[in-house]
Design a binder for this molecule. Structure first.
Ligand SMILES: *Cc1c(COP(=O)(O)O)cnc(C)c1O
Length: 341
């Protein structure tokens, strides 16, 4: 039994999902003639109450297209220092859009309206870059799966309105936030100009993201996706996996969250863990005691067929997901209990 807790991207499509993919009706999506892609886009747009949705091969490309849509070269966006768009998209913000990032020192990847307001460059001060976009992440990846309260998202919207800024949400794991905080997806649709969502994380699909937006932005985003090379042909085979995930894999995320919380508790009981960050969704970040090397912990777990990852500086991470089943969970809890230094 190989247990992979490195990421929720390691899942493989279930037989039922594969069957939905296999049976998908397809056409050429570059001509917008793939019925399954069209269905996924309509479904997702309605789910969040937004006018339009567009299918992308990756969350990175969906985020990059949104940033390109909202900015001009030389401008600046505001994000948390842990933001995926800054840390893990290959420098795409500057490469694709010629934009700089004003990074804020938030709490577990989350920032406040006050911090945003303080970080806006005065538009009449022509020496500094013009601030035009605020980009949030929910749940936060590097922040350990933390998620925003709706009222805090609304406060930041008000600051954006006051200063004429666009408001983007990197919602790669928005599904986890919806379930953990019992939120209404329609509220997200009302707040943000654009939202990117991933189907290849906790939702268990092999590929695929969607960018949600207004009718007005849609034509422009179609062109940006084309420029980035994201126009796909019979993509309905992939969209079918995403539709299957929307219909079957949202509610069950509570299982991933419960298991993550239980892992957090089990880690705290060991004699080699220093601290565990509060577990809100499916990501557990913990620190080992200063006398213990994280590489040794990873190796010891590997010997028990459990894979986890290091974030550096004595911090380790594990992520629960669709393919992490109850039998594996029982085994891991036992293995943690038995592992002593
Ligand atoms: C995974 C992820 C993305 C998108 O990543 P892709 O691998 O390009 O699909 C974007 N934002 C966050 C926060 C993520 O965790």
């Amino acid at each position: 039994m190989e247990i992979n807790l490195v990421s929720d991207t390691v899942t493989k499509p279930s037989p039922e999902m594969l069957s939905a993919m296999f049976n998908a009706k397809v056409g050429d999506d570059v001509f917008k003639q793939d019925p399954t892609v069209n269905e996924l886009e309509a479904y997702t747009a309605a789910f969040f109450g937004m006018e339009k949705a567009l299918f992308f091969p990756s969350g990175t490309m969906a985020n990059q297209a949104a940033i390109k849509l909202h900015t001009q070269p030389g401008e600046q966006l505001i994000a948390d220092k842990y933001a995926h768009i800054f840390n893990y998209e290959g420098g795409g913000v500057s490469f694709n859009s010629g934009v700089s990032c004003r990074l804020l020192d938030g709490n577990r990847g989350m920032i406040t309206a006050e911090q945003v307001e303080d970080a806006i460059n005065p538009p009449d001060f022509y020496h500094s870059p013009l601030t035009t976009l605020v980009s949030l992440e929910n749940t936060t990846n590097k922040g350990g799966g933390a998620c925003y309260e709706m009222k805090d998202l609304l406060e930041i919207r008000k600051v954006c309105d006051k200063h004429g800024l666009k408001y983007h949400l990197d919602g790669a794991r928005i599904w986890n936030a919806l379930v953990a905080k019992n939120q209404d997806p329609l509220h997200y649709g009302q707040l943000f100009d654009t939202i990117s969502v991933c189907f290849s994380k906790g939702m268990g699909a092999p590929i695929g993201s969607v960018l949600l937006m207004s009718e007005k932005d849609y034509q422009k985003v179609m062109r940006i996706r084309k420029v980035l090379g994201g126009g796909m042909r019979q993509a309905g085979y992939l969209a079918a996996a995403a539709i299957y995930a929307l219909e079957h894999n949202i509610e069950r995320l509570t299982e991933d969250h419960r298991r993550a919380k239980e892992l957090g508790k089990a880690l705290l009981k060991t004699n080699w863990v220093q601290s565990v960050e509060s577990v809100e969704t499916n990501i557990v970040i913990f620190s080992v005691k200063p006398t213990i090397q994280d590489a040794v912990v990873i190796e010891k777990l590997k010997q028990r067929n459990i894979a986890i990852s290091s974030l550096g500086k004595g911090k380790l991470r594990l992520v629960t997901h669709l393919d992490y089943k109850e039998v594996m969970h029982t085994y891991v809890l036992e293995a943690l209990e038995k592992m002593v230094f």
